[in-house]
Design a protein around this ligand. Sequence first.
Ligand SMILES: [Zn+2]
Length: 68
Amino acid sequence: MSSRERMVRVGMREGLKLCAHEGCGRPETRVNEFERSIGCWTKNYCSRSCHWSDWNLRNKAEGGGAGA
Ligand SMILES: [Zn+2]
């Protein structure tokens, strides 16, 4: 299940963001709960561990060129 599909299932409320980490997708419980833009980040993550996990995944995907 993609994170986008999960968003729909969760039932996004207006103004509430979802964790951008693939495989997490946890929704905020209140507006601006999630930390945003550490440096140049434009996505929101429920935690630093999600933040760095996602960053690592993207970094690998971009750098490795793994065909998938
Ligand atoms: Zn998360």
